[in-house]
Design a protein around this ligand. Structure first.
Ligand code: HC1
Ligand code: SF4
Length: 567
């Protein structure tokens, strides 16, 4: 342990702590910008400077290790002035369009500017040449505004360190320094997985999702349209954060009530389609266990992961489930089964998906994804876009009553709900497969919150080995083993984002690992308290097969619910 004094408070902390960590322990919040608890140190913005009382030097607290006997002053005029000066310099080269920015009110630079007491006239003193760089809006899911970039490098680091993609980089120096794509190619042409992790760590409005809000307003306004919406499993555990609720608060009923007030004709649940995915994918896995097809079986419901696999593991695509993601299964049924059962003209149906994910915007536009005679998914909104629409409508979210999803495609089991957190898809699949094969229920798999994890399940006389990876860097580690023939796994669940969909690129910001665990626990709690916890017992799924699809992997299912990948 190391003993030091911060703002006259003496504390003992672990030897490997930084001054920033130590300050946090005694309740002192030093402002930071380039620092992120889940990423490597960058130490460039110098917004976190503090004064060393002994030498009078200013130290970047995020990059300074604690030392015995150190005396730190985080509040001295010298430290505060230096922080202000460093932020003023950033503002001097930053566009002044806060009011129209996607991040207005949710911007770390805005918060710091306010908290440091910076005045407009002080910023004006530094006004000089501002960058006038082109926006990149070519991507299917994300857009970049390099003029807003403050060069904190968080996006570059998460893409390289956590995702192992390295699609972003710094180029040039000094005033000309910018973050750009590899080889400065347009977003649409790079190896980007569209996972949106860069957007979740960006402190400003430099990387954001391609906004589809206006499209959805237009559909809702159009009397000729019959607009149905599905909400992904994780939204019910994360949306509340946008309205000031405790992380992990479950808001299913209020979420449904909000969608009904916004004018959607029917409000359905992606969790229902997650149960359907389990029946299709579970049947596929069963076939592979019986020697028809190659093990390990690898999940394919995450579109960021699918794109990454297409770029980096084309040789292993044959292991991926051909089952579409729950979102796409839902939409295909939304334009076939739903009109079949209700008599609504399928041509008038407009399908909206509320997703925690930016890659879902890309997935919906894949050419080979449609199963109906129309475009299956018309619009994808992230959790953040959805929250903005609720605010725009003047709906007081916190005061809404709890309402229920509509019938036909609104019911789900605990298994469908845990899709939204890492390990959930694997657990849901094994629950159904084990029971179908042996008639015995599964005890917990407990694959937990780790980035890579494994578990074994006895199914009859066979020991099934299940693995999970979340974060594309972790996925690469597991897939490399499969490629080299060194993996003994039978079933692998991959999610592109750390912690799975609860950590998705479209979720409320900022999101630390700690927050993502709380969101995941929220979903597990729903599962624990669900009356029906196995996908094959979902009564609406049973009805769907009886009245429309026939059987899992049958002709109709194959046509509507399965897809192909591009090597
Ligand atoms: Fe997900 Fe999925 S769980 S991919 O993480 O399989 O996005 O939440 O909707 O499609 O169900 C996301 C979440 C989501 C799909 C399901
Ligand atoms: Fe990298 Fe994901 Fe951002 Fe693409 S979306 S640049 S893969 S972090």
């Amino acid at each position: 342990k190391v003993k030091l004094t911060i703002d006259k408070q003496t504390i003992e902390v672990e030897e490997d702590s930084t001054v920033l960590d130590a300050a946090k322990e005694v309740g002192i919040d030093i402002p930071t910008l380039c620092y992120h608890p889940d990423l490597s140190l960058h130490g460039a913005c110098r917004v976190c400077v503090v004064e060393d009382e002994e030498s009078g030097n200013l130290l970047a607290s995020c990059a300074t290790p604690v030392r015995d006997g150190m005396e730190i002053n985080t509040r001295s005029m010298k430290a505060r002035k230096a922080r202000r000066r460093n932020v003023e310099l950033l503002l001097a080269n930053h566009p002044n369009d806060c009011l129209g920015c996607d991040r207005n009110n949710h911007c770390e630079l805005q918060d710091i500017t306010y908290n440091l007491g910076i005045k407009s006239e002080e910023v004006a003193k530094f006004a000089g040449a501002k960058r006038e760089l082109e926006l990149d809006t070519t991507g299917p899911a994300l857009k970049r505004d390099p003029n807003k970039c403050i060069l904190c490098g968080r996006c570059v680091r998460i893409c390289e360190e956590v995702q192992g993609v390295s699609a972003l980089q710094f180029t040039e120096r000094g005033f000309d320094s910018i973050v750009t794509t590899a080889f400065d190619l347009p977003q649409a042409e790079i190896n980007c997985a569209n996972c949106g992790q860069c957007a979740t760590v960006c402190p400003v409005g430099a990387i954001t999702e391609i906004n589809e809000i206006d499209k959805v307003w237009a559909a809702l306004e159009d009397d000729d349209r019959h607009v149905i919406v599905q909400t992904a499993p994780s939204i019910q555990a994360t949306l509340g954060e946008e309205f000031g609720m405790e992380t992990g608060t479950i808001v299913t009923g209020k979420m449904v009530a909000a969608l009904k007030r916004m004018g959607f004709d029917k409000v359905f649940s992606t969790d229902f389609a997650a149960d359907l995915t389990i029946l299709e994918e579970g049947s596929e896995f069963l076939k592979k266990l019986n020697g028809e097809g190659e093990l390990p079986h690898i999940t394919s419901c995450c579109p960021g992961w699918v794109k990454f696999a297409e770029h980096n593991f084309p040789d292993l695509l044959k292991h991926l489930s051909s089952a579409k993601s729950p979102m796409q299964m839902f939409s295909a049924l939304g334009k076939t089964y739903y009109p079949d059962q209700t008599g609504v003209d399928p041509e008038k149906i407009y399908t909206v998906a509320v997703m925690p994910c930016t890659a879902k915007k890309f997935e919906k536009d894949r050419e080979e994804i449609n199963g109906s005679d129309f475009k299956d998914t018309d619009a994808v909104l992230t959790t953040r876009e959805f929250a903005r629409m609720i605010k725009e409508m003047g709906i007081n979210f916190n005061k809404l009553p709890e309402e229920d999803f509509d019938a036909l495609m609104g019911k789900s089991t605990g298994a469908g709900t845990i899709f939204g957190t890492t390990g959930g898809v694997a657990e849901a699949a094994v629950r159904t497969v084990k029971e179908k094969l042996t008639g015995e229920p599964l005890e917990r798999l407990d694959l937990g919150f780790r980035g890579i994890n494994k578990a074994e399940v006895r199914i009859g006389d066979r020991l099934i080995k299940v693995g999970i990876a979340n974060g594309l860097g972790n996925a690469s580690k597991i897939l490399e083993q499969v490629r080299k023939g060194e993996s003994d796994l039978d079933f692998i669940e991959v999610m592109a984002c750390p912690h799975g969909c609860v950590g998705g690129g479209g979720q409320p910001r900022p999101a630390t690992n700690e927050k993502k665990e709380k969101r995941g626990s929220g979903l597990s709690n729903i599962d624990d308290s669900s009356k029906i916890r196995k996908s094959h017992e979902n009564p609406q799924i049973i009805k769907l097969y009886e009245e429309f699809l026939g059987e899992p992997l049958g002709g109709e299912s194959h046509h509507l619910l399965h897809t192909k990948y591009k090597a």
